[in-house]
Design a protein around this ligand. Sequence first.
Ligand SMILES: Nc1ncnc2c1ncn2[C@@H]1O[C@H](COP(=O)(O)OP(=O)(O)OP(=O)(O)O)[C@@H](O)[C@H]1O
Ligand SMILES: CC(C)(CO)[C@@H](O)C(=O)[O-]
Ligand code: BAL
Length: 283
Amino acid sequence: MKIIESVTEMQAFAREARREGKSIALVPTMGYLHKGHASLMKEGRKRGDILVASIFVNPTQFGPSEDLDSYPRDLARDTAVATGAGVDVIFAPKAGDMYPRGYQTYVNAEELTLPLCGASRPGHFRGVTTVVTKLFNIIKPTVALFGKKDFQQLAVIRHMVADLNMDIEIVGMPIIREDDGLAMSSRNAYLQPEERKNALCLCRALAAARGLFNGGERSAQTLRERVVRLIGEVPGTSIDYADFRNKDTLDAVETADEDTLLALAVRVGKTRLIDNCILGEEN
Ligand SMILES: Nc1ncnc2c1ncn2[C@@H]1O[C@H](COP(=O)(O)OP(=O)(O)OP(=O)(O)O)[C@@H](O)[C@H]1O
Ligand SMILES: CC(C)(CO)[C@@H](O)C(=O)[O-]
Ligand code: BAL
């Protein structure tokens, strides 16, 4: 496996792959890899001749008071996970190479970025769409894979790719969970033992809402009350959002149906975790 740090070297590699008629599958990540990332990589392995994983903690998607500096980083560990998942190339650029002095061009999606994480993390999606566009331009993948844990991110990227006529297939992958149901996340590493237990309130609230829905409840307000109560009972938690939305438009819904997204962002101690489900789907 090859590790490429320079943007120009990555571009040259991708150009040569294209010249040889080889397709590239890309898994963009911020590193500190876990089985969720590995599942994207294993699927990517099947979908391209060459599998590239990018590891870049992208400064433009972090707000000024967020965890850019403390975000966990461990390239040696990531190299082992990526090798095991069949990655051919890790692209791990430096921030100064991606955003040199004088950098001033951004990609911005509109409506889909307004609610949920877009509302609680102003500027976040502008950073995501910008860096993903740059990664696409540098690596020239035919297919790129993203997790449904970041449901809104996947929706925004799909929309951007369609709007800007990017000739790239976007694949959404299921949420991978720990045995007890907690969605895998690099930020789980921040959780103290007691917080780790308390963090189960997210997946339990999703399960409770799905249970009520399967029992016939359709009022988003009633479903939401159950979710808010369950999470509120757990010490050290605060809800950033707990929203019922149409899974395609992300518009708020009052009457839930099988396609309704329940999206959660909850702080457990200082750690902000997200999780979601579609009410009519197994998860
Ligand atoms: N549990 C998971 N199951 C499936 N995909 C996941 C999971 N966790 C992350 N991903 C996907 O991996 C890609 C890279 O995500 P990222 O590196 O931010 O990991 P993360 O664990 O979500 O980190 P964070 O804790 O910062 O949210 C994204 O497409 C994301 O949706
Ligand atoms: C897509 C992404 C790699 C862009 O920095 C990031 O938002 C992530 O890890 O989900
Ligand atoms: N998984 C999305 C990256 C972020 O939280 O910034």
